[in-house]
Ligand binder design. Sequence first.
Ligand code: FUB
Length: 452
Amino acid sequence: MRTAFLTLLTGALCATAAHAQLPIVQTSFTADPAPVVINDTVFLYTSHDEDYAPPGQSQFRMRNWMLYTSTDMVNWTDHGVVASLNDFSWVKDKNNGAWAPQVIERNGKYYMYCPMPGGVGIGVLVSDSPYGPFKDPIGKALVVNSPEDIDPSAFIDDDGQAYLYWGNPNLWYVKLNEDMISVDGDIVKDPSIQKTRGQADPFHYQEGPWVWKKNGHYYLSYASTCCPEGIGYAMGPSATGPWTFKGYIMPPDSRATGNHPGIIDYKGKSYVFGFNFRLNFMRTDKHHERRSVCVAEMTYNPDGTIQELPWWDEGVSVEQIESWNPFRRTEAETIAWSEGLKSDRSDRVGMYVTAVHNGDYLMLKGVDFGKGAESFNVRAASATAGGTIELRLDDRDGTLLGSCPVSGTGAWGAWRTFSAPVSKIEGIHDLYLVFTGGEGELFDLDYWQFNH
Ligand code: FUB
């Protein structure tokens, strides 16, 4: 898609160096985070609010699911769409309803559980790789229970028993067989969470269940209260409760109608993912259901309860786990923060950065130049006159490290390598690639690298 993306994001970007800026993805609207740690990498699957929802779809238009990965929790690589409603032959409505998914690994295979539009049930996809491609192994719904069949979430207990949870306004669950694509026994309406709106409701459960186990305690978190939704949690003695409400991981906030938890441990820390509407409000003062995934470090108390966090952007933070090595090939779509850019995929080079206009930029956090670099090179393509990549340090207007001219290559998709010398640089800096040139789109970017 070559649609111009001219609206520059504005607003104060107040995060300090080596901390994530929120939301963590700016090239698309993302929602319903489903993180999972695979080997040394965080795989973050999300649902996808499209930039435009036609009148009548004013809530959200959602047709596919996206993937982002990170090894440092602040720089995220965009892998684009990894599955869509088109992957389910038995689903008629392919135009909207690709709501919250979750991916879980078992025996070297990756299972993605997806809610379907029109109340036709919950589907499952499987892949040999967490990057996909995902295929429907059963050609029908895994679960068809009620109009509440949304927000599927899977958990495998220590004894190997897997469960699938879902539902709004009730919490439902069923045991999964070891094949992860068939169910074992009856569907259960969780008795702990009998929804009673108002003061009497101890849970304020809405939707978005997420179950995990840590230090012998079972946890259930979920979007709680409505509306706005916060992230509430309960604890229990087993994967099926009985659940006892414990409080908020993040209280509701009037700046967001919704929320949706995804929780992981990674490299010795715990994280809660959810979403806010900051990107939407950077572009318009109108509330659209166009959401953006955020993440915060989460802390457990000695008794296993969880410390309450303030709202995203108000003191929550994520420290960079390890600095970025710029002397290896870096995909251009690896970004901590960007303005004005989009990503797209081609058969030839995979994901690349596009919709690059004069004044747009991307930034990587915590880039370790060690004792110095000699030169920079970048793989780019342009059907126009091209432009220049300014390499700046620590700020969009920071010290100029070098300028790399990128000329027209004759066509979009005609990739060439461009190089430029860089001035003396040492140590760790945030790296800004600032794009300058004339009117219209300047170039597409595949990858870049610094050289000693
Ligand atoms: O993204 C669509 C729906 O909004 C999800 O299924 C819910 O959890 C809420 O985030």
